[in-house]
Ligand binder design. Structure first.
Ligand SMILES: Nc1nc2c(c(=O)[nH]1)N[C@H]1C(S)=C(S)[C@@H](COP(=O)(O)O)O[C@H]1N2
Ligand SMILES: [Mo]
Length: 393
């Protein structure tokens, strides 16, 4: 593809903020300190987690860069950045969460395979770009299509990065055509993040944002979009990012028995406290994020400061100065809420948070019941421990 190329080594990686905790250097996988997540509703680009499976692609000439549209459509087509820029520009605030967020804690119950993430493989950004529904209309697929005249039912996004898991081939994933052509699903081909041109780590020049769905489907550095009959057969759809029951291990796994994970479940985590934290006796502030998939708002966040015996409801907010209403048009439906409450602490204790979404979905109490060999979707109650000490500790 002219204009965009993929190096096979890590000699030309972009600069990154030194405060990120690096979970893997090559490919680069890093997350911010948890406290950075509750400093602002919109996560600054430099503190947004970075999840890669290969070296970061390079754009030589953005004017030569194009995305090709192939597969079960009447006319194959190339779209250049100017064609994408010419479409109406939409801005969507959406939380991106890696399915492996909180994996390290799942590993403590029983070992799992995958990059070890703490609780910050998640971030909330303002994405701008063209709606995929508009782009597909431009190439001849009407809005609200379930199937194209040639039998296409899925939209496959193919990148150019060289991934080990794909034997050096590119990262790819797909979503159903019905979601891709539905303007209300807000699927974007994004070229901006937080009002700035997308940077290399996050998919420059063009990436997909699939709101409400695990990060793995938001393909970066788009090279082609294929309209296909069956879902993408790539590694990351078929041999990864699937949720298995606790009974499945590496000896009895049958990958084809499960569907690729799409929506993420209801999640929350406390970000204002470490585990373990030393505090002075008295009032402490407990802050964190809560989010659910599929555009489901957050109905409630419960916090306990006595290990789960009693609970108080935390306040929830998105944009400052505006009341958050979980299913109201004024709220950002694809975005997290930040929650906050205060508590009096006089002795060592366990602090817990759990969220409820507008469908009444709740988080499981323990990690054991949702343990899975790849360590994805750890949404168990988030717990931190505090010890109480006096100053000079
Ligand atoms: N081309 C490409 N797209 C990709 C990936 C990748 O490795 N290559 N990683 C995916 C995964 S697993 C996640 S969680 C998100 C991370 O996006 P971010 O790095 O912008 O936070 O990108 C997704 N898109
Ligand atoms: Mo991910």
């Amino acid at each position: 593809m002219p204009g965009l190329r993929a190096p096979s080594d890590y000699k030309q990686e972009p600069p990154r903020h030194p405060a990120l905790a690096i979970n893997s250097k090559e490919p680069f996988n890093a997350e911010p300190h948890r406290s950075a997540l509750v400093s602002s509703y919109v996560t600054p680009v430099e503190f947004f987690y970075k999840r890669n499976h290969g070296p970061i692609p390079i754009v030589d000439d953005v004017n030569k860069y194009s995305v090709s549209f192939t597969g079960l459509i009447d006319n194959q087509k190339e779209l250049y950045m100017k064609d994408i820029w010419n479409l109406p520009k939409y801005t969507v605030t959406a939380t991106l969460q890696c399915a492996g967020n909180r994996r390290t804690a799942m590993s403590k119950s029983q070992k799992v395979r995958g990059v070890g993430w703490d609780i910050s493989a998640i971030g909330n950004a303002v994405w701008s770009g063209a709606k995929l529904a508009d782009v597909l209309e431009l190439i001849g697929i009407p809005k609200y299509s379930n199937v194209t005249s040639r039998g296409g039912k899925h939209v496959e996004f193919v990148s150019i990065d060289k991934c080990k898991e794909e034997n050096g081939g590119p990262y790819k994933a797909s979503i159903p055509l019905s979601q891709a052509t539905n303007p209300e699903a807000d699927v974007l081909l994004a070229y901006e993040m937080n009002g700035e041109t997308l940077n290399r780590d996050h998919g420059y020049p063009l990436r997909v944002i699939v709101p409400g769905v695990i990060g793995a489907r938001s393909v970066k550095w788009l090279d082609s979009i294929n309209i296909i009959a069956n879902e993408c057969q790539g590694f990351f759809m078929q041999k990864d990012y699937k949720m298995f029951p606790p009974s499945v291990n590496w000896d009895n796994i049958n990958w084809s028995s499960r569907r690729p994970q799409m929506d993420f479940p209801v999640q929350c985590a406390i970000c204002s406290l470490e585990d373990v934290n030393m505090v002075k006796p008295g009032k402490i502030t407990i802050k964190g994020y809560a989010v659910s998939g599929g555009g489901r708002g957050i109905e409630r966040v419960d916090v306990s400061v006595d290990g789960g015996k009693t609970w108080v409801e935390a306040s929830r907010s998105q944009k400052s100065g505006m009341l958050y209403i979980s299913d109201d048009e004024s709220s950002d439906k694809w975005a997290w809420v930040l929650f906050e409450t205060e508590a009096d602490i006089s002795q060592a204790t366990e602090i817990i948070a759990k969220a409820v979404d507008i469908a009444g979905n709740v988080q499981p109490e323990n990690v054991e019941v949702i343990w899975n060999l790849r360590g994805i979707l750890n949404t168990s109650w988030h717990r931190v421990h505090v010890r109480v000490g006096h100053s000079n500790l």
